[in-house]
Design a protein around this ligand. Structure first.
Ligand SMILES: Cc1ncc(COP(=O)(O)O)c(C=O)c1O
Length: 398
């Protein structure tokens, strides 16, 4: 494969394993916990990192290596790695990047368990944590400290689809804190729509459970960054701190999902745009948040830093009480009530009581996550059917 191959070619071919004499098209699953050494000397030199080669699956396995290389190619990064969950990726990367006494400056709208890890977890170990609105660069500037070592955000944010100007924050961070890392959770956009490393960020994190896998049958996480940092995350963060190792079978499924990432994300985006436009036109809907709509306050930024679409998530609020909103969700037939996102099925959830129930009511308000917001992960069904399901129940709201 050529180095300058296109996205689709890379998502299919990068990391292909050559197995002489067999040549399987799909990578076999290396379902093994450990790898044999020919001699004790060979084992010792592998542990000393003098000789390349596999040792033990917690330290590496051909299936996880392959998807690490593939995602690195798709994100335009030097190296990538896989972990047992998105939270495994968040914790592995941050345990590697931070020490007691360091300051973490993060956006206030975060996936609920990331919020919990930052505010209840890292603070127990002497890391200072400040959450501010990263869409306002002045707030970020005003909260930088001499010990700020990580700038962390999602874009679009979960669940309120706020955007963060990745290039502007990366420039500010690197000019004021040369040692600091800018870490972006790119789960909602995927590398097909947005490449944070090209915009100046240092590390990208994914819940690979979502679009990278795309079929709702795996929990996984991934990270991409410089070869030096990813090696540190592998040999310290993952090996010693979290042990959040992805199994070979799950890595195989992620590899399979990645082969169709671009066409799936394109269809998610097309469907989401149609659903967002429909919702915006319905009198029972009070507010629709979708970066592709001209009504999104950061639509211009979305057009600048996202390419090929605006993602598959639509967030909205109804013109009715919370109880009636819940009734609306309960009555939907095609849209399924479930957390997670990026799957073939359209999923709907209530962030304030589900994915973001780790937030206090005050923190929700501060982060702009409305108590009545509904998050819709628009699936790959026919858009007309998703809209018909929503319309049937919306029309009943007086
Ligand atoms: C933006 C984002 N980051 C991280 C995570 C955590 O991923 P996982 O559930 O795979 O641990 C999630 C999960 O919903 C998420 O939405």
């Amino acid at each position: 494969m050529e180095k300058n191959s296109g996205f689709a070619t890379k998502q299919i071919h990068v990391g292909k394993l050559e197995i002489p004499g067999i040549a399987p098209l799909a990578t076999p699953i290396f379902q093994t916990s450990t790898f044999e050494f020919e001699t004790t000397a060979q084992g010792a030199s592998r542990f000393a990192l003098e000789e390349p080669g596999y040792i033990y699956t917690r330290l590496g396995n051909p299936n996880t290596t392959k998807i690490g290389q593939k995602l690195a190619a798709l994100e335009n990064g030097e190296a990538g790695m896989a972990m047992a969950s998105g939270m495994g990726a968040v914790t592995t990367v941050l345990w590697t990047a931070l020490h007691a006494g360091d300051h973490l400056l993060a956006d206030d709208a975060l996936y609920g368990c990331t919020f919990s890890f930052f505010t209840h977890g890292l603070t127990r170990y002497g890391v200072e944590v400040t959450l501010v609105d990263f869409s306002d660069i002045e707030q970020v500037k005003a909260n930088i400290r001499p010990n700020t070592k990580v700038f962390y955000f999602e874009s679009p944010t979960n669940p309120n689809l706020k955007l963060v100007d990745i290039a502007a924050i990366s420039k500010l961070a690197h000019e004021t804190c040369p040692e600091a890392k800018v870490i972006v959770d790119n789960t909602f956009a995927t590398p097909y729509l947005q490449k944070p490393l090209d915009l100046g960020a240092d590390v990208v994190i994914h819940s690979a459970t979502k679009y990278l896998n795309g079929h709702g049958d795996v929990i996984a996480g991934m990270a991409v960054g410089s070869a030096e940092f990813i090696t540190e995350c592998t040999l310290f963060g993952l090996k010693d701190m979290t042990g959040a190792v992805l199994g070979p079978f799950e890595a195989y499924l992620i590899d399979r999902g990645l082969k169709t990432l671009d066409i799936r994300v394109k269809k998610h985006c097309e469907n989401a745009m149609k659903v967002a436009e429909f919702l915006e036109s319905h009198p029972a809907v009070a507010r629709v948040i979708y970066p592709g709509l001209a009504s999104h306050p950061q639509h211009e930024l979305a057009k600048k830093q996202m390419h090929g679409g605006f993602g598959g998530i639509v967030t909205f609020e109804l013109n009715t009480t919370r109880e009636r909103s819940a009734e609306f969700v309960n009555s939907l037939k095609l849209c399924t009530i479930a957390v997670s996102l990026g799957d073939a099925e359209t999923l709907i959830e209530h962030p304030a009581t589900m994915t973001h129930s780790t937030y206090t009511p005050e923190a929700l308000e501060e982060a702009g996550i409305g108590e009545s917001m509904l998050r819709l992960s628009v699936g790959l069904e026919d858009a007309e059917d998703i809209i018909a399901d929503l319309k049937e129940q919306l029309d009943k709201i007086k």
